[in-house]
Design a protein around this ligand. Sequence first.
Ligand code: NAD
Ligand code: DAU
Length: 331
Amino acid sequence: MKMLVTGGAGFIGSNFVHQSVRERPDVEITVLDALTYAGDRSSLDPVADRVRLVQGDIADADVVDPLVAEHDLVVHFAAESHNDNSLNDPSPFVRTNVVGTFTLLEAVRRHGVRFHHISTDEVYGDLELDDPAKFTPTTPYNPSSPYSSTKAASDLLVRAWVRSFGVEATLSNCSNNYGPYQHVEKFIPRQVTNLIDGVRPRLYGAGLNVRDWIHVEDHNSAVWRIIDAGRIGETYLIGADGETSNLDVVRTLLEIFGRPSDDFDHVADRPGHDLRYAIDASRLREELGWEPRYTDFRDGLAATVDWYQENESWWRPAKAGVEATYAASGQ
Ligand code: NAD
Ligand code: DAU
């Protein structure tokens, strides 16, 4: 099978490529990635002899169309992915997340190629802290930020291309991922690398916001389950019952680093900050028999800390620039 992975030099995509090389020796892999600030060629170094990397833009039909035509399956990770950036400049989010997904859909329609669309739980908006409900595949869409609204738009395009044109696509909406190769702009890598540098972690607002953490390898094993056995046109929610407040994440990191539990700073809150995300993954578990492997968040976090300690050359070049951008927003 020939598989095209968009965004395969980013966080989740590069982990997906590593896992696919390990577990799917018969799959020929091409990565299509624009290598934006968030993409790093070196994230594919460990598998470079098994993967072809094409540098290109998913919104450029002249690049996308002939490449899609050579493949049997497209797994679509490429996106502008950071909420804070989308508040500063939404325009690349519209181009990549909406126009890019449209461009890929037109190509898979033309060439009859199977498509799996990677999306986020943020399309459903947020939940109250004391709400017993979780997001399900029938929760109404209610995105809050430019990032999540462009992801919602991309999901709706995929659903329409399935219904109107018979495109063979599945969708997945996952909660917050953590693990190796995550950009230092994101919450967990930012605090881990701050602590390595002896800098206090930074919590937006009171730190009570809750995210439903899942290890990136569990996200990617679920993606393969859906590719192998998911029903065409269906949406699967991916989550591993990992609800944790930002404050508790920081306290766990401080404990791992042997620092006092109050050794952090509160900084300016994110405008429109979603309060809580929580996933009900029962369709994935019951219909497709998927189970996560990383069930102890502290263990997964400690392994992630080890990775950042051992791979400083990977994250160091981006660190100062990211911190300068945050400082300009009082964060
Ligand atoms: P990331 O920002 O780490 O990586 C995105 C990758 O896409 C980068 O390699 C970048 O170079 C590439 N890219 C960006 N614009 C492109 C373009 N126009 N053409 C080609 N390539 C382009 O993102 P991530 O955290 O790995 O997220 C991957 C996907 O998973 C996204 O679709 C995101 O919405 C979704 N998702 C992320 C999370 C999470 O917690 N990080 C959770 C659920 C869903
Ligand atoms: O839920 C899935 C989504 O998770 C994905 O779709 C996004 O691509 C991904 O970036 C992530 O979005 P969040 O906005 O939840 O992730 P982020 O890492 O930016 O922030 C996590 C939480 O931590 C959020 O409540 C904001 C807070 N935060 C973030 C930073 C960078 C802080 O308190 N301090 C920080 O320094």
